[in-house]
Design a protein around this ligand. Structure first.
Ligand code: ARG
Length: 582
């Protein structure tokens, strides 16, 4: 358990000893550091319950707290706020316990089995900026959930059953009409698809333009989607070949972002569960026909806006996005029995997933104790406040977006690094850190403006600033090692500078808990910035290696090591790499 949690638990007893009852007490980080490190604001609430003066209650509690060696400077202010500071010796004890094992001193939630649906790239289409948010947030949430002891399965849930499927197949038919898969007598024999991964970048866009001009072609593309769902050998063979060209390219982009999946399944993987799912829905009488389509009502009496029925089968017999999402829940429940499924998906798909979740609970495809959670994310906008586009107004591909920032980080690189190959590789790592850190700063569902120049700045709340500071800690410890200075324990602290860094460290567990509960990384990105800033202030105020007091020098180096370890641990949760120099 964390130190702060332990204190909060004890505070409950203290308040009880003072003669009051309370469910839980919060030790809040003070917004008046001049009055104390923390404050307890519960006396006001107690005063209401006990109809007493809050200051009297606060004084009763403060009286008992003064006996506790862990606190100093206990004072009651205003209308019954209790301010207190942490005793420095106790703070140092806590630091040493964290040095020996950070993991023992954090708060673990109840262990769960969680599937995270994130990534969501579409086969045969370019990854775009929206896919990046899902990948970055999803990967970091997965790492955080794992770190906190859960069993977690990440599923890429590739988009491989949409109109794009029909469009790409049709475009290939237009370009290569003699491929054996298009012949009526085709039996599944192997053939070479005469395109490369690079060709995919224009096949889908040109196919889209072509079908836009013709109602007939659109119908044909839709029919291909239907035929694939029905197991048509020719189109399935063709689409499998396209997928095997496209998926490795998708993997390459994810790899650059340090994003990995336990499952690389797609919408198509749910096909085999669709018949059983429909049987279940029919049996329960949940389906009805509307304009030839099979639909299911999912509205509820308490709805404030209209939630339309979910369409599970179109009038032409084809399955839709909702069908595969519902069948995927069916499959996940049957195969993994998860406690929770998290969907890291664009805010604009909230209605779709609301319909799917409701259909799942209503039909009991999702047992009532399975938690389906929509974790929506906001849009990446350009300076104009509209979704980020290319200069020509087209969709910005993810590789192009990475390149935009890469240009900036390359420019800002230390001129002492002269090896061109090394320079390029470091600039790339920094660019990715800049993008990922900026992507995780806003609260998950908030939009933000993409600004390559600002994100790659060495000063301010940026990835490069954090990496630069972290590398400096590494170099300092390397120097200490070369000088054979031992630094495994903190013996003392000097003043507000080293103390401030320690106070930030003791708050680490609360930050992890908060991020996990909110399913957003903003608390963590904010925290690394704050911890690093406090360390940097301390670093610039002191000359660590040449400090003459050996105990102090050792303590400062041990503190450096602790901050470094925490930074690396948090950067790893955010899936950000740190180079050795920059
Ligand atoms: N492929 C979808 C898209 O590009 C995202 C998939 C989201 N996940 C889900 N289970 N629907 O918009």
């Amino acid at each position: 358990m964390s130190f702060i949690k332990e204190i909060e638990k004890d505070l409950k007893d203290v308040i009880c000893r003072a003669g009051y009852e309370i469910d839980n007490v919060t030790l809040a980080i003070s917004n008046r550091p001049d009055l104390g490190d923390y404050q307890i604001n519960d006396a006001m609430k107690l005063a209401r319950n006990y109809k007493k003066n809050p200051r009297d209650i606060a004084n009763d509690i403060a009286e008992i707290l003064r006996e506790d060696y862990r606190f100093t400077n206990i004072n009651v202010a205003g209308n019954g706020f209790i301010n207190l500071s942490i005793n420095s010796n106790y703070l140092i004890d806590c630091m040493n316990k964290m040095i020996s094992n950070v993991y023992n001193n954090i708060d673990l939630p109840q262990k769960k089995k969680i599937i995270i649906d994130y990534g969501g790239a579409n086969v045969a289409k370019m990854l775009h900026v929206g896919h990046m948010r899902s990948a970055n947030i999803g990967e970091a949430l997965k790492r955080l959930a794992k770190f906190l002891g859960n069993e977690v399965i990440g599923d890429a849930h590739l988009g491989d059953n949409g109109l794009q499927t029909g469009i790409v197949c049709l475009e290939l038919k237009h370009r290569f009409p003699n491929l054996p898969c298009f012949s009526d007598s085709y039996n599944g024999e192997d053939f070479d698809l005469p395109i490369t991964e690079d060709d995919l970048s224009y096949i889908y866009p040109e196919g889209s333009i072509r079908i836009k001009a013709s109602e007939e072609l659109l119908t044909e593309a839709r029919n291909i989607v239907y035929l694939i769902q029905q197991g048509h050998v020719g189109y399935n063979t063709l689409w499998n070949k396209v997928a095997s060209l496209s998926i490795p390219a998708i993997k390459k982009v994810y790899e650059e972002l340090n994003v990995t999946f336990e499952l690389w399944e797609g919408e198509r993987d749910s096909f085999k569960y669709i018949p059983a799912m429909f049987d279940e829905l029919e049996k329960q009488g949940l389906l009805y026909t509307s304009d030839g389509a099979k639909v299911m009502d999912v509205k509820e009496d308490t709805d404030e806006k209209e939630i339309p029925p979910i369409i599970l089968e179109k009038s032409d017999g084809a399955y839709l996005y909702g069908t595969t999402d519902l069948a995927t829940i069916y499959s996940r429940v049957e195969r993994f029995k998860p406690d929770e499924i998290w969907y890291v998906v664009d805010n604009r798909q909230e209605l779709h997933l609301t319909q799917v979740f409701r259909a799942a609970y209503k039909s009991k495809i999702a047992p009532s104790d399975l938690k389906l959670q929509f974790l929506g994310f906001g849009t990446i906008n350009g300076q104009d406040g509209k979704p980020f586009k290319t200069r020509e107004g087209g969709v910005m591909s993810l590789p192009n977006l990475i390149d935009l920032v890469n240009v900036e980080t390359y420019k800002k690189l230390n001129p002492n690094i002269t090896d061109e190959k090394e320079k390029k590789s470091i600039a790339r790592t920094i660019a990715l850190s800049a993008i990922k850190y900026a992507d995780l700063i806003p609260y998950r569902s908030t939009d933000y403006i993409f600004n390559p120049d600002k994100f790659s700045d060495l000063e301010g709340k940026t990835g490069p600033y954090l990496l630069y500071s972290t590398i400096r800690m590494k170099s300092l410890l390397k120097k200490a090692n070369e000088l054979n200075i031992n630094f495994n324990v903190i013996k003392k602290l000097k003043n507000e500078y080293d103390r401030e860094a320690m106070l930030n460290i003791i708050n680490l567990p609360s930050i992890l808990t908060r991020a996990y509960e909110a399913k957003s990384l903003n608390d963590i990105t904010e925290y690394i910035y704050k911890l690093t800033g406090s360390y940097n202030k301390f670093y610039s105020e002191n000359r660590i290696i040449t400090e003459e007091d050996e105990d102090l020098r050792m303590s400062w180096l041990a503190l450096t090591k602790l901050v470094l370890d925490i930074n690396l641990m948090l950067l790893d949760i955010l899936a950000i790499d740190c180079p050795n120099k920059m």
